[in-house]
Design a protein around this ligand. Structure first.
Ligand code: SF4
Ligand code: SF4
Length: 221
């Protein structure tokens, strides 16, 4: 019988087989006081044991429909990630008898701070835009996570290069809300734009992606 570390490696490979573009793992305990949890003054994970397998799906600007949000249904891209996550959880149970489950998207419903999780799992690094820059994909990746009853080593991800080195702040310059005017990302300003999008009365909402689409990171030559 493989040990937990080997099962986690197999789960990451399986996630890619099932359709995730990127995947990684992080000990659940590391999310409890992750940077976003500290800022928001709340625990960043309901679980203090086990492992989160983080799944990422590239949202190519050529397929904007992946990101169209509908009340009560979320986005098509998130539904694809949810399906991958459920299949992965079933596979872990069937192959290894490991208890696993797709966790909710929203932190208020038992989710985790997915960008922090992706960073701690070594999938990418936080850019100045407050988005995770993933090698090969830039910031155009959405995340979900599966919790699994597996012990993972409590290790820091390797330090990578700063993904924003040499960039002249394309994200900040593209933002219609001036959300970077103080030199730091303003969640409040960005959320004001998201709220306005939601209240626009449109059936399917294409949320602002200006900072994301302006980012040169991950562009393929
Ligand atoms: S999503 Fe839009 S409003 Fe929010 S920070 Fe990016 S560019 Fe600005
Ligand atoms: S646009 Fe430039 S500064 Fe902004 S996140 Fe992308 S690489 Fe970093």
């Amino acid at each position: 019988m493989p040990n937990d570390r080997e099962i986690i490696g197999a789960a990451i490979r399986k996630a890619r087989e099932l359709g995730a573009d990127v995947a990684g793992a992080v000990a659940a305990a590391r999310l409890i006081d992750c940077p976003s949890a500290v800022v928001e003054k709340r625990p960043g994970s309901e679980e203090d044991r086990g492992t989160y397998i983080v799944l990422g799906l590239s949202h190519d600007p050529g397929h904007p429909e992946l990101d169209l949000w509908e009340p009560g249904r979320g986005t098509p891209g998130d539904r694809i990630l949810g399906k991958i996550g459920k299949e992965l959880a079933r596979w872990l149970q069937k192959e290894y008898g490991t208890s696993a489950r797709l966790i909710p998207y929203r932190i208020e419903e038992g989710g985790i701070y997915l960008k922090d999780a992706a960073s701690l799992a070594g999938i990418g690094r936080m850019g100045r835009s407050n988005l995770i820059i993933v090698p090969g994909y830039g910031p155009r990746v959405r995340f979900r996570a599966v919790w699994a009853d597996l012990d993972s080593p409590d290790v820091e991800p390797p330090e990578g290069d700063d993904p924003c080195t040499g960039c002249e702040n394309s994200c900040a310059r593209a933002c219609p809300m001036d959300a970077f005017s103080t030199g730091r990302f303003s969640r409040t300003r960005c959320l004001a734009r998201m709220d306005a999008d939601r209240n626009s009365g449109r059936e399917r909402i294409d949320h602002c992606r200006a900072c994301e689409l302006a980012c040169p990171a991950g562009d393929k030559g």
